[in-house]
Write a protein that binds this ligand. Structure first.
Ligand code: GAP
Length: 516
């Protein structure tokens, strides 16, 4: 299967089975904003819990906090985001309207795509059932010409973004003859920078309203609480502070599903260390974080490190952990040596002394920081896309059939145990509910009695439930049930009392945590 097609199929599957919905879809959605559905939220919570427990529970010297999203506006001056966290902007001199240069180019690209789609739709209507879209696209001169135009502009555009090349963005707009939608002219200014932070007003109209920002990273909530945590927790360096929470960015290229969103969630940990030890700790956290990723068991070969060529304004070393998605390797987590940039600047901007006093050396200093910063949504998509499998299987007594199954690691699965009475009569539902009432305190269970057992198995496969328990007439006699295993399709008859013991190890986070 073409990888782009697989990507689209996973997106469609995630909507059909209650993992991810476009935000406010009844109003046609909101660009690059998504909602997590009934199964998505369980998977997301499980991933977050695994990260949290690996950080906070397993490391005596790491504690967690939950800082507010709104922060004092000076925070973002100190962090450098007001000055340096930006995208390109352009004005039309005739209409005096202001645009984002990247959006003008994206809209131009969209128009070319629309032209291609129009040709395809026209031909599909003409040829009916015998229409072969792939063949048409590779032979129609008009489609080929537009595709080449698209590819050429797209390649220049991506290169310009990567190189932060504002002149080239301007040149693409000129060369592509992009006009202002209002004045219809090509009388453009140069391209300048546009800040990615969302701003809003704090305070009522009658009071003096302050412009504040929605945080573009959770890290600053940790830095401004460094002294609070260090003092109240009597923390000794080296120690870390972990936090998970929403971050907001008015992103340029936002067409990669939940990989690039305007509202997303981060799981970040700032590790405070002695200056001069940063390279040692940087190497330590690189290894530690890679081990966490690999522990999930999605295939070691799917991960790689990517060292940053261009360092962020705060870093003296940085790399990404990349995962191989259906659309190629993409960043999931960043590991950054942030020096004393943040604490030093907060000290300067707040006028408060932010230092650590080393009682053994009898000296105070501004700690250096190693940061691990992972996107929860991207992590979610590593699990979901890796789990998606289409395979031909032999159902009991029938010919081979295709099934779609999410082979999610059992400890992260949204539903761990489905409890299914074979029929709706003969007291089987009552017995199944009895089992459910016993199991629901320890496992995430789902009870289902509608439709044939085969259909129910397939629905559970599609949401990744690792174990289905079938309650049948024998259950009433001997207290045994059938466990049906999602990945092997094997069935095993066991006494009900053994269920917690059989499932326990496989679905608990403890199993994953012990691999670290
Ligand atoms: N505090 C450092 C920081 O924010 P970053 O590399 O900009 O570093 C860290 O972001 C992680 O957050 C990324 O590796 C990615 O997983 C996630 N992330 C960043 N922007 C995102 C977006 N627009 N949508 C989804 N996830 C995003």
């Amino acid at each position: 299967m073409v990888q782009e097609d697989l990507f689209k199929k996973i997106i469609a599957h995630s909507k059909e089975y209650g993992f991810i919905f476009p935000s406010s879809e009844i109003y046609d959605g909101l660009s690059a904003v998504y909602d997590y559905g009934q199964n998505g939220v369980e998977l997301k919570n499980n991933i977050r819990r695994y990260w949290w427990e690996a950080m906070v529970k397993l490391n005596e010297n790491i504690v967690g906090i939950d800082a507010a999203i709104f922060m004092h506006p000076r925070t973002w001056e100190a962090s450098g985001h007001v000055a340096a966290f930006s995208d390109p902007l352009i004005d039309n001199k005739d209409s005096k309207k202001r645009y984002r240069a990247d959006q003008l180019i994206e809209e131009h690209l969209q128009k070319i795509e629309d032209k291609i789609q129009k040709e395809v739709d026209k031909a599909a209507q003409k040829f009916g059932a015998s229409f072969d879209e792939g063949k048409f696209k590779s032979t129609s001169p008009r489609v080929i010409e537009n595709q080449q135009k698209y590819d050429a502009v797209h390649a220049r555009y991506i290169r310009a973004l990567e190189n932060d090349d504002l002149k080239e963005l301007y040149q693409i707009i000129i060369d592509s003859e992009i006009v202002c939608p209002v004045s219809g002219t090509r009388n453009w200014t140069d391209v300048r920078k546009f800040n990615l932070m969302f701003s809003t007003q704090l305070g009522s109209v009658s009071e003096e309203a302050n412009t504040i920002y929605l945080r573009p990273e959770t890290a600053q909530g940790i830095f401004v609480n460094f002294l609070n945590v260090q003092k109240t927790g009597r923390m000794k360096i080296p120690f870390g502070i972990a936090q998970t929470g929403k971050a907001f960015r008015n992103e340029i290229v936002a067409r990669q599903f939940i990989l690039r969103m305007r509202e997303f969630e981060q799981m970040e940990m700032q590790f405070f260390i002695k200056p001069g030890t940063e390279m040692e700790w940087y190497a330590y956290w690189k290894e530690k974080r890679m081990k966490w990723h690999k522990s999930i068991g999605m295939g070691d070969h799917k991960y790689r490190f990517h060292d940053h060529d261009k360092l962020a304004h705060y870093a003296n070393a940085a790399c990404d952990i990349e995962f191989e998605f259906p659309i190629g390797f993409k960043e999931v987590e960043g590991i950054h040596s942030r020096t004393n940039f943040d604490l030093g600047n907060h000290e300067k901007y707040s006028g408060k002394k932010i230092q650590y006093f080393d009682t053994e050396a009898n000296e105070g200093f501004t700690p250096y920081v190693i940061e691990t910063s992972i996107g929860l949504d991207r992590m979610f998509f590593t699990v979901l896309s890796n789990a998606y499998v289409e395979e031909k299987v032999e159902w009991e007594g029938s010919a081979k059939e295709e099934r779609v199954v999410l082979k999610i690691p059992p400890a992260l699965a949204p539903v761990q145990l489905a409890i299914l009475p074979l029929t709706k009569k003969d007291s089987l539902p009552e017995k199944a509910r009895e089992i459910m009432d016993r199991m629901k305190y320890d496992f995430n269970c789902q009870y289902e009695e509608k439709d044939s057992i085969g259909k129910r198995y397939r629905r559970q496969d599609a949401i990744g439930t690792p174990f289905c328990i079938t309650v049948d007439h024998d259950t009433l006699q001997d207290n045994t049930v059938t466990i049906r295993y999602r990945d092997t399709l094997q069935q095993e008859r066991v006494v009900i009392d053994r269920l917690p013991e059989i499932m326990g190890d496989k679905v608990s986070l403890k199993g994953l945590l012990k691999r670290l």
